[in-house]
Design a binder for this molecule. Structure first.
Ligand SMILES: Nc1ncnc2c1ncn2[C@@H]1O[C@H](COP(=O)(O)OP(=O)(O)OP(=O)(O)O)[C@@H](O)[C@H]1O
Ligand SMILES: [Mg+2]
Length: 404
């Protein structure tokens, strides 16, 4: 580092900031207090009140549903933390699995087994071997497990319902019913694919979260601000404006992103106080439709095809592009990133998966176009923002792969 770089770095670390603890606004942070979800936390506690008792208990299955950003994941994780804190005998294990990341039943069962015994290799067993190994491990360690399967609706739409029965059966086959479940989904539609008795057990233990109201969001933003910002650095008006903007969707994730973005804008301007104008600036940069976590979980080539689609949409300024256009743009993007393009059938599978995850939307072309073709679009967001985010994600994924 030469002297001017050092000076720059020094001035950066000395720069005043409104953030006391910025990590309290990260996507993975679980706040110790969840305004407007206290009742639901208590309901969960009632469902699981006998989890630590040694005698046999019927299998516990609870379902949490609600729209995006209504706090489903956070509620389930917070509850897991609470149980972990209470567990004095050390015979309780909280396992959180996001089915978007652990996309196959095999991965779920092997992750669970490896939580019980780290020495188990991640691959190399047949699924049946893995199941019986898990049953033996559970009986051997006598550990009560609370397994959260988040975004289970995604996995069911991808892999069907068989894996769910397999999982439920594993628990029934152990000496005691060691595993209890919390299933998290956007809504209960997925249960229609289950048999009648499983359906009714899901319906009877169901916590349905509503989207947050403006006042709920205000309380949430206030409590998160107290954790993340220095006292007195955010104005009441700024908090109200964030609550107002995010109340259209009732999405707390969007509210927290706005809060984070507004803090960044305030720091960029060297302002000691976060004002409504910083919120307005953040709003122009942040879009509620982008779920950054979802983009991060895509495979490298899914990201490349998404980037290709975005670029083509940007270039043509049309609302839709044809699949052929997307594919030719994908080949260019592969060239840019030095990647071998995948075959057509594989690209189709990627497109279908992106559509299932609502990252892209597809429709069949109507009248006025020769032949029928699939048209692709991106939900109403600024393609610029998502393009930059994607490029960064692709670069960092490539670096990780190269270092592996
Ligand atoms: N009651 C609350 N208090 C404080 N923060 C909250 C509350 N509810 C949600 N949040 C925050 O809002 C964000 C979104 O919440 P969460 O991820 O739990 O939503 P979700 O319902 O799981 O959404 P999705 O369906 O998109 O997965 C998280 O950053 C979380 O910390
Ligand atoms: Mg979630």
């Amino acid at each position: 580092m030469n002297t001017s770089d050092e000076e720059f770095f020094k001035s950066l670390i000395k720069k005043p900031t409104v953030f006391k603890n910025i990590s309290c606004l990260s996507v993975t942070y679980i706040p110790p207090y969840l305004p407007h979800r206290e009742e639901e936390l208590r309901t969960l506690a009632k469902y699981f009140k006998t989890i630590f008792e040694p005698q046999d208990e019927p299998l516990r299955k609870v379902c949490i549903t609600g729209p995006t950003g209504s706090g489903k994941t956070t509620l389930a994780k917070r509850f897991g933390q609470l149980l972990q804190n209470i567990d004095k005998q050390n015979n309780f294990l909280f396992v959180y699995i996001n089915c978007r990341i652990y996309k196959s039943p095999y991965l779920i069962v092997s992750t669970l087994a490896r939580k019980l015994n780290k020495a188990i290799p991640p691959r190399g067993y047949s699924f049946e071997e893995l199941q019986s190994l898990l049953i033996r491990l559970l009986d051997f360690y006598s550990v009560k497990v609370l397994l959260v399967l988040d975004e289970i609706d995604y996995l069911i739409s991808r892999s069907g319902t068989d894996f769910l029965y397999v999982l439920l059966r594993i628990s029934e086959m152990t000496e005691k019913q060691w595993i209890s479940y919390i299933f998290v989904a956007r809504n209960l539609n997925f249960i229609h694919q289950l048999d009648a008795s499983t359906q009714s057990s899901f319906q009877s233990n169901h916590i349905s979260l509503d989207k947050y109201s403006e006042t709920d969001l205000k309380d949430i933003i206030k409590s998160r601000s107290e954790l993340a910002f220095y006292d007195g650095t955010i104005t009441e008006d700024a908090i109200e404006l964030i609550a107002d903007i995010s109340s259209k969707s009732g999405d707390a994730r969007y509210a927290i992103e706005l809060l984070w973005g507004a803090g960044q804008c305030s720091d960029d301007e060297n302002s000691p106080i976060l004002y409504p104008d910083h919120v307005r600036k953040a709003k122009a940069l942040i879009h509620p439709e982008i779920r950054r976590e979802v983009i991060l979980t895509l495979s490298l080539h899914q990201k490349l095809i998404l980037l290709a689609t975005i670029r083509k949409l940007k270039h043509t300024k049309n609302a839709y592009i044809s699949t052929n256009d997307a594919i030719s743009s994908y080949k260019l993007v592969c060239e840019e990133y030095n990647e071998e393009p995948r075959k057509h059938t594989q690209i189709w599978t990627y497109l279908k998966e992106l559509s299932k995850q609502d990252v892209i939307s597809t429709k069949i072309s109507g009248e006025g176009m020769r032949g029928k073709t699939t048209l692709i679009s991106i939900p109403d967001i600024s393609v610029e923002t998502i393009e930059l985010f994607l490029m960064k994600a692709i670069e960092s994924q490539k670096k990780t792969i190269e270092h592996m």
